[in-house]
Design a protein around this ligand. Structure first.
Ligand code: PRP
Length: 184
């Protein structure tokens, strides 16, 4: 019995992900100059795989930093409670900031992050997300770079987890209902 048996279907295959990440990096390369020296803020944990692949296609000088944000707990639906568990190392005042996120669902987490970072007076603040679920949105978020719009399904892989597992899947997939305790 392999944990791959827990996957009901592959929503976004590895090669499609790879090509889209390269496209997004191309768009981001058009946006910043060497002089901008932007700070990429990776929202942990989910975005670490995406960030690692994305930055290898960027052709301008940049810096990375990390925030640990918790919103879901171990379930599959947002609790609505957003907490900063780890904050940025340094001030972002006057810096160009690009937030790198794995998924925007209700928008609560990103809304909180944007409001929080805006109070620190960055020179610019943009958002790059690999996945977006527009049908689930409760708070509208201005998104600058979006990899894929996906339907309202609970997805794992490429950094996204269920109860902290499955982040290592090289594709975006959907788990079997019985695995996430939602058997009919
Ligand atoms: C996920 C995701 C976003 C948030 C999106 O994080 O990475 O941060 O939920 O949901 P929302 O738009 O409804 O607020 P999660 O809390 O699962 O943590 P993780 O990244 O550590 O897995």
């Amino acid at each position: 019995m392999c944990f791959l048996d827990d996957v009901a279907k592959v929503l976004i295959p590895e090669d499609v992900l790879r090509a889209r990440v390269r496209d997004l990096a191309g768009q981001i390369n058009q946006t910043y100059t060497q002089e901008d020296f932007p700070l990429l803020v990776c929202i942990l944990k989910g975005a670490f795989v995406f960030l690692a692949d994305l930055i290898r296609h960027l052709n301008f000088r940049h810096e990375v930093d990390f925030m640990v944000i918790s919103s879901y707990g171990s379930g599959t639906v947002s609790s609505g409670v957003v907490r900063i568990l780890l904050d940025l190392e340094r001030s972002i005042e006057g810096r160009h900031v690009l937030i790198v996120e794995d998924i925007i669902d209700t928008g609560r987490t990103m809304s909180y992050i944007i409001r929080n970072l805006q109070t620190r007076h960055p020179a610019s603040l943009r958002v790059c997300t690999l996945l977006s679920k527009p049908s689930r949105r409760e708070i509208e978020i201005p998104l600058d770079f979006v990899g894929f719009e996906i339907p309202d399904e609970f997805v794992v892989g490429y950094g996204l987890d269920f109860a902290e597992a499955y982040r290592n899947l090289p594709f975006i997939g959907v788990l079997k209902p019985e695995v996430i305790g939602m058997a009919p």
